[in-house]
Design a protein around this ligand. Structure first.
Ligand SMILES: [Zn+2]
Length: 494
């Protein structure tokens, strides 16, 4: 590609949109009692219903309806008081019935929004619909180099996933984000994932496919006032890929338009290794699927009382939590983002609850502990130190028992499983030397060893005292309170 993203975005205005599929974390499937455990022996979680055998009849999973209503409410949608499932007809080997039970013109939730922070601003992403359907099985193509069906010797089909409840969340087109469009698409999926995780309706593991995104992108010449033809990039399976696929698709479409061509409405595949999309198939129209109301299921009619009861169980959502924490911890948006991106919100909140100040809690989790977690390749929350222990270290620093340098050693000891902070202080002998007489011995030695420095201080160049403080800190193995040492030296020399 010769057109760069930067050059493309200067001349074209992008619009993006997302269709996100989320596997619900229900214990059983959407229309039968089969289990939903990830990674189980192939075809061990199947029955006549999810295998589509003749004569079997589906029954709606009430918990899946409840979860979908929860999602709809969290995304500020209206909840339908009456809706039906529909058959979406198409043939594919991983779909044993030759149709998918989905929702078409009567989705369970419609017309909501999700507010997303992008580049320090809030972008309101409109939600077109949230509907419920069943997932398909999984094909495994064996014998080829690429894992695709081309060149494979044979294919295997695993129907364990067929019939797992799948929610599809479709945004309205999102215009107006300009240069930040790729970041905006990623921020939306990140926020949505946080919402779903907070609701407890899915494990939202992109790497296991329980959260999957199709990303729509279009561009039009700046100032043209119209929108271009969109393409749909399928199954983008990481947050980073959401951003990269929008970026790459904007540059590719710009190159097509620059050359006098036109963008074709089609599905495209994103390639992790090269960071570009390639053509898939031309996009089907809704009529190709011959949708019709599913005759084997009664309509779903959630009554108002039930919806109210579900609304009453909603936990504090990420946006409300962000507003609360920014206010109560006196943070800027960027400071909040840093904490969230470090995965440190929960541990910092717990550390503050255990008695540390917000500033101390942030300081330790974002510096020393973030560094250690990074070295170990784990999340900060997985470190072998509890928020209460971090709060105790902060308390020991505030009380003057530890300075920052010693506190780092205490944390290191706790992480190495030498015990609690107090046990590490005792075992390693890390407490600050607060006994002035012990310090004065070291101070007198430093003064005697550095007559030239003493002369400079006495002639008014007070900053030279740093040399003497350094010598005393060295002599005490870093266990002195530097401010106290400075004071004692100045008293000695006055
Ligand atoms: Zn089944």
């Amino acid at each position: 590609m010769t057109v760069t993203y930067e050059s493309a975005i200067g001349r074209y205005e992008p619009v993006f949109g997302l269709e996100t599929h989320v596997e619900l974390g229900t214990r059983t499937k959407m229309f039968c009692g089969c289990g939903t455990t990830f990674g189980a022996e192939p075809n061990s979680q199947t029955c006549p219903v999810c295998l589509g055998l003749p004569g079997s009849l589906p029954v709606v999973n009430r918990r899946a309806i409840e979860y979908t209503i929860k999602i709809g409410l969290a995304l500020n949608c209206s909840i339908a008081s009456w809706c039906r499932f529909a058959r979406k007809n198409y043939f594919y080997p991983d779909m044993p019935k030759n149709f998918q039970i989905s929702q078409y013109d009567e989705p369970l939730c419609v017309d909501g929004y999700l507010d997303v922070a992008v580049g320090g601003k809030t972008v309101r992403v409109g939600i077109e619909r949230v509907h419920l359907e069943e997932d398909t099985g999984k094909s495994l193509h064996v014998g080829g180099a690429t894992g695709r069906i081309q060149g494979a010797e044979y294919s295997l089909v695993d129907y364990n996933r067929a019939g797992i409840p799948l929610v599809e969340i479709v945004t309205k087109p999102v215009p107006g984000t300009g240069f930040l469009a790729p970041e905006g698409a990623k921020a939306y999926v990140t926020e949505l994932r946080d919402v779903l995780r907070t609701l407890g309706v899915s494990d939202v593991r992109m790497e296991e496919g329980s959260l999957r995104c199709d990303v729509n992108t279009s561009i039009s010449p700046r100032g043209s006032g119209s929108w271009g033809t969109r393409t749909e990039t399928k199954n983008v399976n990481s947050l980073r890929s959401v951003e990269r696929s929008v970026r790459s698709e904007i540059a590719r479409q710009a190159e097509v338009l620059d050359g006098g061509g036109r963008v074709i409405q089609e599905t495209r595949h994103f390639h992790e290794d090269t960071g570009v999309t390639t053509s898939g198939r031309s996009k089907e129209e809704a009529q190709d699927y011959r949708y019709f109301p599913e005759p084997d299921l009664v309509p779903v009619a959630p009554d108002e009382e039930w919806v109210k009861a579900i609304a009453a169980t909603l936990p504090e959502l990420p946006s409300a939590r962000r507003a609360r924490l920014i206010e109560s911890w006196s943070l800027s948006e960027l400071e909040f983002e840093a904490l969230r991106n470090a995965g440190a919100l929960d541990v910092v909140e717990a550390t503050i609850a255990a008695g540390a100040s917000p500033a101390d809690a942030r300081k330790w989790w974002l510096s020393e502990l973030a560094r250690r977690a990074n070295d170990m390749g784990i999340e900060v929350s997985e470190l072998p130190i509890t928020p209460a222990e971090v709060a105790r270290v902060a308390e020991l620093v505030a009380a003057g028992t530890l300075n920052d340098r010693l506190a780092r050693q205490v944390i290191e000891g706790v992480l190495d499983e030498e015990g609690t902070p107090d046990e590490v202080v005792a075992a390693r002998g890390l407490a600050v030397v607060s006994d002035d007489s012990a310090l004065l011995t070291a101070i007198d030695e430093a003064i005697a060893a550095n007559p030239d420095v003493v002369a400079r201080i006495r002639s008014g160049r007070v900053q030279a005292v740093g040399v003497l403080v350094g010598a005393v800190m060295k002599a005490t193995g870093g266990k002195a309170d530097a401010a106290r040492v400075r004071q004692l030296i100045m008293d000695r020399l006055s």
